[in-house]
Design a protein around this ligand. Structure first.
Ligand SMILES: [Zn+2]
Length: 209
């Protein structure tokens, strides 16, 4: 059963907390439904039994997320922007790897493809549509996140203008709290978008009943 177009219910992105989703270990379906997490229901996607559900995001990302939120509450705007930009790139890499895995790509192949498509621009502009047959912009819009690609681009541009010397653009001297708050808003959206994209494109089909 597809969750396409349906906003996850009951997702509470509490301030200062990374969100909690539950993952079916068999097909990779993700949901915020706590009755799924506690094993009260079988997987609505593949019908798998009720044990072994994993928490998403995984521990390494939860730790990074918690750190970002601490920096944000401490007013460390520059660090927040740089870390969120990196975090979103990690989420993108993860979703691309999951989509490739669902299409049968081995670990070696996934690593090789991601290694040859290193830039965010290539990954969004070429790899994503190659794997899904839709553009990232269109699929984000279909999931209710029309502005996300543009806002993410703006965040990357701010980050880049701050940390890179460029012959083409003037460096910016600081990243303010407004940019940091925008970064935090994008972080929360990115999780929801990730879950939508996962359930639409990355469910492992060989196990779906
Ligand atoms: Zn499942």
């Amino acid at each position: 059963m597809s969750k396409r177009g349906v906003r996850p219910k009951g997702v509470l992105h509490r301030a200062g907390q990374p969100p909690v989703y539950y993952e079916c270990p068999v097909c990779g379906f993700l949901t915020a439904d706590t009755s799924f997490g506690t094993g009260d229901v079988t997987c609505p996607s593949c019908g798998a039994e009720r044990d072994g559900r994993r928490i998403f995001p995984p521990e390494r990302l939860r730790r990074l997320d918690a750190r970002i939120r601490r920096y944000h509450s401490d007013g460390e705007s520059e660090i927040v922007v740089i870390l969120v930009a990196t975090f979103l790139e990690t989420l993108l890499e993860d979703i691309l790897a999951r989509i490739m895995e669902s299409q049968g790509a081995s670990l070696k192949l996934r690593a090789s493809v991601l290694d040859t498509q290193r830039s965010v621009g290539q990954r969004l502009g070429r790899l994503f549509p190659t794997l899904t047959s839709v553009t990232f912009e269109d699929s984000a819009a279909e999931e209710g996140f029309r502005d996300f690609p543009k806002r993410w681009r703006a965040l990357r541009a701010s980050r880049n203008a701050f940390i890179h010397d460029s012959a083409f653009e003037a460096p910016i001297q600081n990243l303010d709290t407004r940019t940091a708050s925008e970064a935090m808003a994008l972080l929360d959206q990115a999780y929801r978008l990730f879950v939508h994209l996962n359930n639409r494109f990355a469910i492992r089909p060989d196990v779906v009943a």
